[in-house]
Design a protein around this ligand. Structure first.
Ligand code: 5AD
Ligand code: SF4
Length: 513
């Protein structure tokens, strides 16, 4: 009853107070308020807490049978969006009684899959084969698959036929339903498959288990409407939908109250944020609102589409104290002809002008990009156009991909697929150029003093900590665990190609709150 009242309040009044009340109530307590003798509620957030309470009973039963706590392992593939979904999955799994494990020997293993390129799919099949042997040794083990790859019907057919040890399959649109689907899995004892073609649902206020205490991603929108001709994302992530700005702000406020100082705003095309809302708002306006949140130190976002990047956004970035000096602006190709075939809706000249304007307005910005090599019909001349843009813009870093044919996309049936050896040769030439430029650009900060957010103890040398500058570059410097999650002023002593070795300036103590 109390939960119903609280959640109703939450819907009615989207201001901070009741969200904080909900947050103050441990989720376990919220679950304890659920009355399992009643029918599941219809309102989605309440409904999922109902099923968390129900699934928890099954997990508890199995825990007693096993005589030990049950463990889970979420293996994430792909992009930052998936990483955020993985935190949502972990949030639910912990609420229903699983504890985290280090590897796939866990009792509940879930693969959050990616399908943007073919090799992402191949990896999943390989690991599923291995899991079959693991499962035979553990009667409590269950295997689940979710994410983009599951939105492809031929993939689900293949899994049903060849990987019968999988217990649960769902897609990108119903991640929020994990507890409900697991309940069905426990009750039926069969493989449960639930794939939605699309959705306009955005379910708020579910539990989340964050990887880092001091930084977090937050979805500002879902899906993509761009239909670049090589890309499978619009088919597997559905139509573009923006979250309500109030919900985003409240989530960030809560995250900040919980220790987060850096936020990454996530969307396939953040520059078109807000266009489909009842009360439209631009991405730049949203950023202005987020900037006002006290205690939040850094704002990042990903990904920008050049066709939608507004002058207003450049202005906001230029004057912001919190937006990081990093812009990821996928180029994909430097050839106007190829860009047209790709359905990118900008040409070489427009991209160059945009990059020039950004560099002029925000001189200390780090510009990074994505480039695809070997798109169908790409000629040597087209490739040289890409090289030309790379040389002119001087990207601080570039992710380079070999074109991968994705069934169902327009490019998959285009003629003139480029031979593998030609693509590989171009890829290597591009990579060489990109790396040489990145090395050159990285060096410009040598000797300067920068703000670094300390993220972890260095993996190789435990006397060092590793952090990120505003421009996203990594810095390693002497420090200990007490620095984790803090912003430090660090002197960059030596550039090692793509990262820096640094030190706290002479005589200066580490800055603690
Ligand atoms: N082949 C190769 N790279 C692709 N990307 C998207 N689809 C494909 C594909 N079919 C790349 C794009 C995008 C990044 C996330 O993945 O460069 O920006
Ligand atoms: Fe894919 Fe283009 Fe959408 Fe990016 S903008 S997700 S490349 S369709």
């Amino acid at each position: 009853m109390l939960m119903t009242v609280l959640t109703k309040e939450l819907r009615k009044e989207s201001t901070g107070r009741c969200l904080i009340m909900i947050a103050m109530l441990e989720n376990k307590e919220l679950m304890a308020l659920v009355d399992l003798t009643k029918e599941p509620p219809r309102e989605e957030t309440q409904r999922q807490y109902y099923f968390m309470a129900k699934a928890a009973k099954y997990v508890e039963r199995e825990r007693k049978e096993a005589g030990r706590p049950l463990t889970y392992f979420v293996q994430n593939f792909g992009c930052q969006m998936n990483a955020r979904d993985a935190e949502k999955l972990a949030g639910v799994l912990e609420k229903i009684g699983y504890i985290p494990a280090e590897d796939e020997t866990a009792d509940f293993v879930i693969y959050n899959t990616c399908t943007v390129r073919e090799n992402a799919n191949l990896k999943v099949y390989g690991r599923l084969g291995y899991l079959n042997g693991v499962k035979r040794k553990n009667p409590h083990m269950r295997i689940a698959l979710c994410g983009c790859m599951m939105q492809e019907p031929q993939v689900v057919e293949k899994i049903k036929k060849s990987y019968r040890h999988v217990d649960l399959i769902f897609g990108t649109h119903n991640v929020f339903k994990l507890a409900e689907l697991m309940t069905t899995m426990f009750e039926s004892g069969r493989t449960v498959i639930d794939i939605w073609q699309d959705t306009d649902k955005i379910v708020e206020d579910l539990p989340m288990e964050r990887k880092f205490k001091f930084k977090s991603g937050t979805n500002i929108m879902f899906g993509c409407n761009n239909f670049c001709s090589y890309c499978i994302v619009p088919y597997v992530r559905g139509r573009e939908r923006s979250r309500n700005p109030k919900d985003i702000i409240h989530e960030i406020q809560q995250l900040v109250a919980d220790g987060v100082i850096e936020i990454m705003l996530l969307g396939q095309n953040v520059n078109s944020y807000g266009k489909t809302l009842e009360e439209p708002i631009s991405f730049a306006q949203l950023l202005r609102e987020i900037e006002k949140i006290e205690g939040l130190e850094r704002i990042r976002f990903m990904t920008s589409h050049p066709k939608d990047l507004s002058g207003e956004l450049i202005e906001v970035m230029k004057h912001s104290k919190k937006i990081c000096r990093h812009l990821h602006l996928p180029l994909q190709s430097g050839s106007s002809r190829v860009l047209k075939e790709m359905n990118r809706r900008y040409d070489k000249e427009k991209y160059l002008n945009l990059a020039k304007k950004i560099r002029e307005e925000i001189p200390d910005i780090s510009l990074t990009t994505d480039i695809i090599i070997g798109f169908p019909g790409e000629t040597e001349e087209d490739f040289l156009d890409t090289m030309d843009v790379v040389k002119q813009v001087e990207f601080d870093n570039a992710f380079t991909f070999i074109y991968s044919k994705r069934t169902g996309t327009p490019a998959a049936v285009m003629e003139n697929q480029v031979p593998e050896e030609v693509t590989k040769d171009r890829f290597e030439r591009l990579l060489k150029e990109v790396q040489a430029i990145a090395r050159k650009r990285a060096q410009v900060y040598e000797g300067s003093v920068q703000q670094v957010l300390v993220e972890e103890i260095n993996q190789q040398d435990k006397s060092l900590v590793t952090g990120r500058m505003s421009n996203n570059m990594l810095v390693h410097f002497p420090g200990d665990v007490s620095l984790l999650g803090t912003l430090q002023t660090v002197k960059l002593k030596e550039c090692k190609g793509f990262y820096y070795m640094g030190e706290l300036p002479d005589g200066k103590e580490a800055e603690h709150e």
